[in-house]
Design a protein around this ligand. Structure first.
Ligand code: ATP
Ligand code: MG
Length: 231
């Protein structure tokens, strides 16, 4: 099992290709101390989401090492890993169940007040109440089709907030949000990032500027690493 202390994350010479294809990550190395935020940026197809998926152990095997506090992911159980992580993917697939079930997933014992607070922080609470007559009891439909992409991602964000993980992985949606919602999500994210290690695939300049470290990916390789003033 994973025995982490500060939740620092390290990619050490990681290379990966999907079963059917050419190399997607090539000798990727970066590390982030526990509690800090790393932004992964780069052109479409450069391997950002793939790096997050490897961190969440969606895909094995890869070459090189990914470590949390020096412990190789390959050596720890999936369960102990997922216990400390929450992921907000780029394209969220929801369970065909109620909105409430989808937010609670990962912390089933949360109270209703906690569920609503998480939804509020993720800017989805009002949408749930205003757009759906059945509110939190609304069935989201197959893969969540009754919700827009941005709404689905905010449900996933609410789920992550409720889970209160030590490591947060967030694949920022490219969908445009109105500026008010964007600002509120940004604020929620700033709060959420405090005292936990965060890896964000970032598209918004504000997210990138707020990160402790930026890794620029290019065609599966790390092109540059640094902080915002350096790049
Ligand atoms: P974007 O900014 O568009 O989200 P990205 O940097 O997240 O791009 P990835 O999704 O990691 O890029 O994809 C990197 C490469 O891997 C691309 O060439 C993509 O076509 C390929 N790829 C991604 N997912 C799969 C998959 N499940 N099977 C095969 N190839 C994949
Ligand atoms: Mg992506």
């Amino acid at each position: 099992a994973l025995v982490p202390s500060s939740f620092g994350i390290e990619f050490d010479n990681v290379s990966f290709n999907y079963l059917d294809g050419s190399p997607v990550l090539r000798n990727v190395s970066w590390s982030i101390p526990g509690g800090q935020t790393l932004a992964l940026v780069g052109a479409t197809g450069s391997g950002k989401s793939t790096a997050l998926r490897l961190l969440f152990r969606f895909y094995d095997p890869y070459s090189g090492h990914i470590r949390i506090d020096g412990q190789c992911l390959a050596d720890v159980t999936q369960k102990s890993l997922r216990h400390v992580m929450a992921v907000v993917p780029q394209d969220t697939v929801l369970f065909n169940d109620t909105i409430e079930y989808n937010i609670r997933y990962g912390r089933a014992g949360a109270t209703e007040a906690e569920v609503h607070a998480a939804a509020q922080a993720a800017c989805i609470h009002e949408t749930i109440l205003n757009r759906f007559p059945q509110g939190y009891a609304t069935i989201v439909g197959e893969r969540g089709l009754r919700l827009s992409g941005g709404e689905k991602q905010r449900v996933a964000f609410a789920r992550a907030i409720l889970k209160n993980p030590s490591i947060l992985l967030l694949d920022e949606a490219t969908s445009s949000l109105d500026s008010m919602t964007e600002k509120r999500i940004q604020d929620a994210l700033l709060v959420m990032r405090q005292d936990r290690t965060t890896v964000i695939v970032a598209h918004r300049l504000s997210t990138i500027m707020d990160a402790d470290m930026i890794v620029v990916m290019k065609e599966g390789e790390v092109a540059e690493t640094g902080s915002h003033p350096e790049l």
